[in-house]
Design a binder for this molecule. Structure first.
Ligand code: SAM
Length: 285
């Protein structure tokens, strides 16, 4: 039982964030990582993997809406979607709000993350794991991708950082395997860290993706508990026209989708492609 003590996340050598916790709800060393779930007065429930904040009840909507709806409203008609990671269920929830989606495959390495997030963060998946359109595969995303013969319109890699089990999901081999499984006109997006703190992730990802795709770039949004300013999501496609679509074109799809969002809207969607110079310069290193 924690009596209003602080938990400190020290993802970086010389910088940490901390927050008050009121209770440790669950903790386990799984086969892959250290999983902790806290109750907190300010952020609601918070999950850490290997001591790194993965998701909070308070700000998960920002990350999950932007990671999903930017590619899903950019693609003219996404039917088949692949999610790598995403064990808390937020990405799956948002993907399944798109009525046109016929099938979603989610490949998560750690069953415990799914099980514990279903129990402690029920609103994250909000029943998505029981949706007949969803197939959940418990495997290392790298192994799945290497042997995958299926094809997808959108691939979303919602992994941990490139330390621990997530590291293999940031390699050229993985990106090449992913590309083999994208349909023509397909889009790949991936969690790519906070460039103010993890600039090398932008540099490395850009170098690797730009060798494989006609268009490799990033888009951004601020996620308060991913400390350090804008979070980058990697973007890759062979159809450079996709990101040229107007706000009006995106708006038409958003309006016909008919669901409400708390962060995402078509203006924010298109604006998220605009990268500040300190991020752009990381792509040219
Ligand atoms: N939104 C978070 C972020 O930006 O850091 C990520 C959240 S989600 C909980 C990350 C998921 O990636 C976890 O469930 C973890 O188990 C999963 N994961 C890590 N490495 C993986 C791998 N190699 N294959 C499949 N899933 C993996």
């Amino acid at each position: 039982m924690c009596d209003n003590k602080f938990v400190r996340e020290r993802l970086y050598e010389d910088y940490a964030q901390s927050f008050t916790v009121s209770d440790l709800l669950f903790e386990v060393k799984t086969e892959h990582q250290h999983l902790e779930i806290f109750e907190t007065p300010f952020l609601g429930r918070v999950m850490l993997l290997d001591g790194v904040v993965q998701t909070t009840e308070k700000d998960e909507f920002i990350y999950h809406e932007m990671m999903v709806h930017v590619p899903m409203f950019t693609h003219p008609n996404p039917k088949r979607v692949l999610i790598i990671g995403g064990g808390d269920g937020g990405i799956l929830r948002e993907v399944l709000r798109h009525e046109g989606v016929e099938h979603v495959t989610q490949v998560e390495i750690d069953q415990s993350v799914i099980d514990m997030c279903k129990e402690y963060f029920p609103k994250h998946s909000d029943g998505a794991y029981d949706n007949p359109k969803a197939t959940i595969v418990i495997a290392d995303g790298k192994d799945f991708m290497a042997s995958c013969t299926d094809k997808f319109d959108v691939i979303i890699s919602d992994s941990t950082d490139p330390i621990g089990p997530g590291e293999v999901l940031f390699t050229s081999d993985f990106y090449a395997d992913e590309k083999k499984c994208l349909n023509e006109g397909g889009i790949m997006v991936a969690q790519n860290g906070v460039p103010f703190m993890q600039g090398d992730e932008v540099t490395n990802t850009y170098q690797r993706l730009s060798k494989l795709y006609n268009e490799a770039s990033f888009y951004i949004m601020p996620v308060p508990t991913y400390a350090g300013g804008f979070m980058t999501l990697a973007w890759a496609t062979d159809d450079e026209s996709l990101r040229q679509q107007s706000v009006e074109q995106i708006q038409a799809r958003y309006d016909s989708a008919g669901f409400a969002t708390r962060y995402y809207n078509p203006e924010v969607h298109v604006a998220s492609y605009a990268l500040p110079n300190y991020i752009r310069v990381l792509m040219t290193k």
